[in-house]
Design a protein around this ligand. Structure first.
Ligand code: 3EB
Length: 367
C-alpha cells in the first residue's frame, strides 16, 4: 500500500542478527491538566524513541503535524491523564496514510483513525468501513500482527435502527474482521467505551511478531458470547501477551468488567462490580504471567472507566490497595457497553527479567 510505513533497514538487520525483538515499554506519565497548553512544543518530534503520546481530555483530537500525539475524549476524573509508549531504541517514522495516522519503528506500529459520524449514518456500516481501512493498512505494513485496539464511540447505550449502538459497532467490527479474513483466534485485546465526545476513535498497537492471546477461564470468550447480546459477538481477546526488552513480559489486558460466563454480575452495584472485576483481572494476570507474587516488581498501569465520575471516592482506596504503590492508575469518565455495568478496568502489566524457562512454564491453561 502506498503510504504504508517504510522499514528502517539498517536497524532491522542489526536486530535480526542479534535475534532480539524491539518492544515498546508502555509507561504512563504523571502529567496533570496539561490540556490547553502547547505541549506540542515539548520536542516530541525530536524524541526518536517515542511511539505514542496519548492524552485524555474533553474531546478527541489529532494533530496533523504530529501523528504521535492524539487525545481521547474520555475526560480524566483524577490521577494521570496521559500515557506514552516508548521503544528501547529508535528511530521512529511517522506520517499519514490518508486519514490514518501512524508511527512506526521496525517492530512496532501505532496507528489511529478518527471518523466523523454525520447524523443518519448507519454505525455498523461506518465501523465496518473504518475497520476495513485500518485492517488493510496494518496488514500491508511491516507490522501486521494486531496486539491491542482501543475504541471510543458516543452514546454507546442508545438504541438506533433497532440495535443498541454498541451492538451496531460490534456488528460492523465483526464484518470487517470477516472481510479481512482475520480468524477469531487472532483477535487483539481491546477496549470499547462510550465517550461523551463525538466521532468514532480507534487506535491500535501492532507488531512484527505475533503476541499470544490469553483468555479467562471464568468468562466465555467474548467472540463466543451467545445471542442476544448482539447480532455478531464482540471481536476481542481478553488479553495479549508479548515479549519485551531483556525478556520482560508485557501483558495488555482488555477492558474487564463484572462478567462471569457471559452474565453481568451485580447489576448497578459499583462496589460489588469492582470486587468481581478485580477477580477477573487477577485471573488474567495469572493466565498471562503466572502468579503476580512470583514476579519481581510487577507493575500495573490501569485505566479505570467510571460511568458516574462522582463515585470515584467509593472505589479509589480499594483500587490503590489492590494495585500497589508502584502502579499507576488513570480514572476516566466513560460509559460501559452494558447498561448495568458501572465500571470497567483495563490494565497493562510489565514484568521485567522473566527467564525463558519461566515463560514456558506459564503457558495458559487449556479449558
Ligand atoms: C465484556 O467483557 C465487557 O467490545 O471491544 C470489554 C472490552 C468489553 C472490550 C469490546 C467490550 C470490549 O464484554 C465489555
Amino acid at each position: 500500500m502506498s503510504g504504508a510505513p517504510a522499514r528502517s533497514e539498517g536497524l532491522g538487520r542489526k536486530l535480526r542478527s542479534k535475534k532480539t525483538v524491539q518492544v515498546p515499554m508502555l509507561a504512563y506519565d504523571t502529567v496533570y491538566n496539561d490540556y490547553g497548553h502547547t505541549d506540542e512544543s515539548d520536542n516530541a518530534t525530536a524524541d526518536c524513541t517515542l511511539l505514542a503520546d496519548i492524552g485524555f481530555g474533553p474531546r478527541h483530537q489529532r494533530s496533523s503535524s504530529n501523528p504521535r500525539r492524539i487525545v481521547i475524549g474520555t475526560p480524566p476524573i483524577s490521577g494521570c491523564n496521559r500515557e506514552r509508549w516508548r521503544l528501547s531504541t529508535g528511530p521512529v517514522t511517522s506520517g499519514w496514510s490518508g486519514d490514518i495516522g501512524y508511527v512506526y519503528s521496525g517492530d512496532f506500529l501505532f496507528a489511529h483513525l478518527l471518523i466523523d459520524e454525520p447524523a443518519g449514518t448507519d454505525l455498523a456500516q461506518l465501523t465496518r468501513a473504518a475497520y476495513g481501512r485500518l485492517l488493510a493498512f496494518v496488514r500491508d505494513s511491516q507490522c501486521p500482527e494486531l496486539l491491542r485496539i482501543w475504541n471510543y464511540l458516543p452514546r454507546i447505550n442508545e438504541q438506533e435502527r433497532g440495535l443498541e449502538r454498541y451492538q451496531a459497532f460490534c456488528l460492523g467490527r465483526a464484518q470487517a474482521f470477516t472481510d479481512a479474513d482475520v480468524p477469531a483466534h487472532q483477535f487483539p485485546a481491546a477496549t470499547a467505551i462510550g465517550s461523551p465526545a463525538p466521532g468514532l476513535s480507534v487506535h491500535l498497537l501492532a507488531s512484527r511478531q505475533p503476541g499470544t492471546p490469553i483468555e479467562n477461564p471464568r468468562q466465555i470468550r467474548a467472540y463466543e458470547y451467545p445471542l442476544p447480546y448482539s447480532p455478531r459477538p464482540p471481536s476481542f481477546a481478553r488479553a495479549m501477551r508479548y515479549i519485551g526488552p531483556q525478556q520482560s513480559l508485557e501483558l495488555a489486558i482488555s477492558g474487564t468488567a463484572s462478567i462471569v460466563g457471559h452474565v453481568t454480575m451485580h447489576p448497578h452495584n459499583l462496589g460489588r462490580q469492582l470486587h468481581e472485576t478485580l477477580r477477573n483481572l487477577d485471573i488474567l494476570r495469572e493466565q498471562g504471567q503466572g502468579s503476580p507474587q512470583g514476579l519481581s516488581n510487577p507493575r500495573l498501569l490501569l485505566k479505570v472507566y467510571l460511568r458516574d465520575p462522582g463515585r470515584l471516592p467509593e472505589i479509589a482506596p480499594r483500587l490503590f490497595e489492590w494495585a500497589g504503590a508502584q502502579s499507576q492508575i488513570m480514572y476516566l469518565q466513560g460509559a460501559i457497553c452494558r447498561r448495568a455495568l458501572e465500571i470497567e478496568i483495563e490494565a497493562h502489566s510489565s514484568a521485567p527479567h522473566v527467564s525463558p524457562n519461566r515463560l514456558t512454564r506459564i503457558e495458559p491453561a487449556r479449558y
